[in-house]
Ligand binder design. Structure first.
Ligand SMILES: [Zn+2]
Length: 406
């Protein structure tokens, strides 16, 4: 679709802009002459990538044409794969969700059936719009494990047995016949919050997902930090209890093993069985099994045993985050993932632990807030990285590099 670096730059700017923009403004913001911009905008309009969006108000002079990314320029596929669920959306190139669907799955059945299912869900959503795979421009795919960015393989993912070293990116690109970008699910959630959510225009922040596992996505100076191999921010597997329980990763005492959803459910069951949590015991009696939400609900209804379980887990997470605050000095912490919604005590206790354990200078202006996009953070982030893939085809490495002054 994209034929020149200037077209890519125009498209990137329009994708990042919530409002339609004039050619004059595009030229000013890109530092390019009006004629050159006008020429490329015309070609993008002819190709159906951009569309006209009316004119600016007349201010004595002649009115200027406003342009934006066309709603008819094709769809982007956005997939958020979790350990027990799959969320699939199709969006516009501007990352607005057009249609979406979710299903419960077990990721451990392996890459073949799961990727087939994801592709089938995409085809169904497209069919609902009278479209098919040929209308798909790119796909972003988040997985609950470490992704080697060099080749798009998942590497030794604790929550995805049977997926080790599987070439997710290339296998899925073959199924959907368009470019695919694969990343860790939490990185994509952080990208979603940065592009469209509560961390919009925030340069330095930590996004924390608490669900079946615990992970973080780090933004430093407006860029996601993936690290040398793609696994930066793996807070869930930092050891917080040397004599603690064995983790899914094989190590002992990881944060995830003592504070993620399954650990909260286990501690809740223990409290229920030993008579410390009467409300929770009643729920266990009724359901036969507990999850983290049950524990949060009981805590919210005043069950002191359940409350202690929620506080202990949130306190552990807050203490680990305080270490991150000391290392990175972020200007915000955003908490997301299914477990983050189990009750206000959870978030309050994380805040208390972070503020108690960090330097005053680092927490003087440190909001700790819930995700604005909630369950959609992953698919929005997946859509955003997929559109970045489109403009990267003709990437421009313009004037951002400043030599170090010795
Ligand atoms: Zn671990």
């Amino acid at each position: 679709v994209i034929e020149s670096p200037l077209q890519a730059a125009i498209l990137r700017l329009l994708l990042a802009s919530a409002e339609p923009v004039t050619r004059t403004e595009l030229g000013l913001r890109l530092g390019v002459g009006r004629n050159a911009v006008g020429h490329e905008v015309r070609r993008l309009l002819d190709a159906g990538v951009l569309e006209a969006a009316g004119f600016t108000e007349s201010r004595g002079g002649r009115r200027s044409l406003l342009v934006r990314v066309s709603a008819a320029a094709g769809y982007v596929g956005a997939i958020d794969l979790g350990a027990t669920s799959i969320d699939v959306a199709i969006t516009t190139l501007a990352s607005e969700v057009v249609a979406q669907a979710a299903e419960e799955i077990d990721v451990a059945v392996g890459p073949g059936p799961i990727l087939d299912k994801a592709a089938a869900m995409l085809r169904d959503l497209l069919a609902g719009q009278g479209a098919d795979l040929s209308d798909l421009r790119a796909v972003g795919l988040g997985v609950p494990g470490p992704v080697a960015q060099a080749d798009g393989h998942v590497v030794a993912p604790p929550l995805m047995p049977g997926w080790n070293d599987f070439p997710v990116r290339d296998a899925f690109a073959e199924l959907v016949a368009c470019p695919v970008f694969v990343d860790n699910d939490v990185n994509l959630m952080a990208i979603g919050e940065h592009a469209r959510g509560v961390a919009r225009d925030v340069g330095d922040f930590v996004f924390v997902k608490v669900g079946t596992g615990i992970g973080t996505g780090l933004f430093v100076n407006f860029a996601l930090v993936r690290g040398a191999d793609g696994c930066a921010g793996d807070l869930g597997h930092v050891c917080v209890e040397p004599a603690g329980p064995t983790c899914t990763c094989g190590n002992v005492g990881c944060l995830e093993a003592v504070a993620a959803g399954p650990a909260i459910a286990r501690a809740g069951e223990e409290a229920a069985r030993t008579g410390r949590a009467p409300l929770l015991a009643a729920t266990l009696e009724r359901k036969g099994v507990l999850d983290a939400r049950d524990v949060g609900d009981a805590a919210g209804h005043g069950d002191l045993g359940a409350l202690a379980v929620v506080r202990a887990a949130a306190g552990r997470i807050g203490a680990a985050l305080a270490t991150m605050v000391s290392l990175l000095n972020p200007s915000a912490i955003v908490i997301g993932g299914g477990v983050s919604g189990i009750g206000h005590v959870f978030l309050a206790e994380i805040r208390t632990a972070v503020y108690a354990r960090s330097l005053p200078l680092a927490t003087r202006n440190l909001p700790i807030v819930p995700s604005a996009l909630g369950a959609n953070a992953g698919v929005i982030g997946a859509s955003v990285v997929a559109t970045e893939l489109l403009v990267a085809v003709a990437d421009v490495r313009e004037a951002r590099w400043v030599p170090i002054d010795h």
